[in-house]
Design a binder for this molecule. Structure first.
Ligand SMILES: [Zn+2]
Length: 483
């Protein structure tokens, strides 16, 4: 490449990365946390505080299940990057180190296509949570706009919503909102929304202190009044009612200091979170997390070097102790994302979007609920060719699931192939998101790779479920219809 051109490109990349960094910073500065702790809960903390003061951090090990919901628009676009989400979840337990509390992912990741939930006010967000909460898990919803905030915990539904653009890998939003989920108020409780509390927490400790009954109720979190994002070290000169200078603690996750300042929960906050688990979430604490296992990298058995037009799949060997697999397929020349998903299957259909003589890059990792850090995923490149291969899906043993439907979204016709299913009689049905039957067909699969063409022109835009039932089992896929 000529040097001047390369410099221009590097310059453009620099501008691009700066503007992305600004966008994220702007979001964190513009949107705060929407959680407002009730006065009743603060009273509970106050009455519990003397006991908390004597509570040593115990060696309890509570491992709580998280159910992750990725919310998109009606047409299935706008999802948070799965790669980014998994990186953030990977770092979550580091941030809870020393609390005796850790989290694991309860699969599968849930997808919701609903524009009204994607950008919502609090009451609609609560409806989303009531409709979609997975029982016996801490439910986290990743949306475009949760009521104008970076995130909030909704006590009535006991679930958390997070704004996609506030969910960076270095972001503490999820750590903070799970702190609310586990009963913690802000360190600046009472100062939210421009309020000044009548009984503000004093800076002093010991004689004359009111830290048990004011502010967040914890005496080992310094008095704090900063209800907007602030950077460490603290440089303010505000004084309390006694004339003592505030020195709020930027290291606490429940403050509003910048992400890079936060490193910890206080001992009393930890004791209160553990108490909340015992009193409010006994079923979560009693859930059994999968055992931790080191996981081998999946071994792709097809394609070996070329993806053939008549066999557009990725097929891999099952990895010992893996619960799901992460797969990312990009077009090498453009970096365009073709597929990014987690699946418990050992096969992924590529749905007919590949182009002759293009090269595609596949990255994969095995995961289980407590081991979601994927490390450096090795990438491999594969050419695509229209030349057919003699291989069929039946050439591979031990592969689970084999239906293919495309295009997705479908506009006029949905093509369904049963090419990996055993021959026999099948019932193929489409149901809408409410579970109502929209179309049903009987089909006899004789082993020939014929497309079953389903007209979708009369169907309303939205998300549907395709069910293929036969041979003693039912396989389902999500299908989006847009006109
Ligand atoms: Zn908050």
């Amino acid at each position: 490449m000529n040097c001047a051109l390369r410099n221009i490109i590097i310059g453009l990349l620099a501008i691009l990365s700066v503007s992305i960094a600004h966008a994220q910073e702007a979001d964190l500065n513009t949107y705060g946390c929407g959680t407002r702790t009730s006065a009743e809960l603060i009273k509970d903390i106050s009455s519990f505080t003397p006991a908390l003061a004597n509570l040593k951090r115990t060696a309890v090990a509570d491992t709580l299940p998280l159910s992750i919901h990725i919310v998109g628009k009606d047409d299935g676009t706008g999802y948070i990057s799965l790669d980014l989400l998994l990186r953030m979840l990977c770092k979550l337990n580091d941030k809870y180190t020393g609390t005796g509390i850790s989290f694991y992912v309860k699969w599968p990741i849930q997808y919701i296509n609903n524009s009204a939930y994607y950008t919502h006010v609090a009451s609609v967000g609560a409806q989303m949570m009531r409709e979609n909460n997975v029982p016996d898990a801490a439910n986290i919803y990743f949306v475009n706009d949760p009521d104008g905030t970076c995130g909030y915990y909704q006590p009535s539904t006991r679930a958390v919503a997070i704004k996609n653009s506030c969910a960076g890998t270095n972001s503490t939003t999820l750590t903070h909102e799970l702190g609310h989920f586990l009963g913690l108020p802000h360190t600046f409780y009472g100062w939210e929304d421009g309020q000044t509390p009548t009984n503000a927490e004093k800076v002093t400790r010991g004689t004359g202190a009111n830290c048990n009954t004011a502010g967040d109720g914890f005496c080992d979190t310094d008095a704090d009044y900063l209800a907007e994002r602030w950077n460490c070290p603290y440089k303010g000169n505000k004084t309390d009612v006694n004339g003592d200078f505030y020195h709020p603690d930027p290291t606490l996750y429940m403050s509003y200091s910048a992400d890079n300042c936060m490193t910890r929960f206080s001992d009393m906050q930890i004791a209160w979170m553990q108490n909340t688990i015992g009193s409010s979430y006994p079923t979560l604490a009693a859930s059994t997390a999968p055992a931790y296992h080191e996981l081998a990298a999946p071994n792709i058995i097809y394609p070996t070097d070329t993806i053939h037009a008549n066999l557009q799949y990725i097929i891999w060997n099952k990895v010992q102790d893996a619960e799901v697999y992460y797969i990312r397929v990009t077009q090498k020349q453009t970096g365009r994302l073709l597929a990014e998903t987690t699946t418990a299957d050992t096969i992924l259909a590529l749905n007919g979007e590949l182009m002759q003589d293009n090269t595609y890059t596949i990255r994969m990792a095995a995961m289980n609920g407590v081991n979601i850090c994927r490390g450096n995923m090795p990438s491999r490149d594969y050419a695509f060719t229209n030349k057919p291969t003699d291989l069929t899906l039946q050439s591979f043993s031990g592969v689970t699931q084999g239906i293919r439907s495309f295009p997705n979204p479908a506009t006029q016709t949905l093509n369904v192939y049963l090419d990996f299913m055993p021959v026999g009689d099948y019932k193929i049905s489409l149901r809408n998101i409410s579970g109502q039957l929209v179309h049903q067909y009987n089909y006899t699969h004789n082993g020939v790779n014929a497309a079953i063409n389903i007209a979708v022109t009369d169907m309303a835009n939205g998300l549907y479920f395709l069910y293929v039932a036969g041979g003693g089992k039912t396989i389902s896929q999500k299908v989006v219809v847009t006109h």
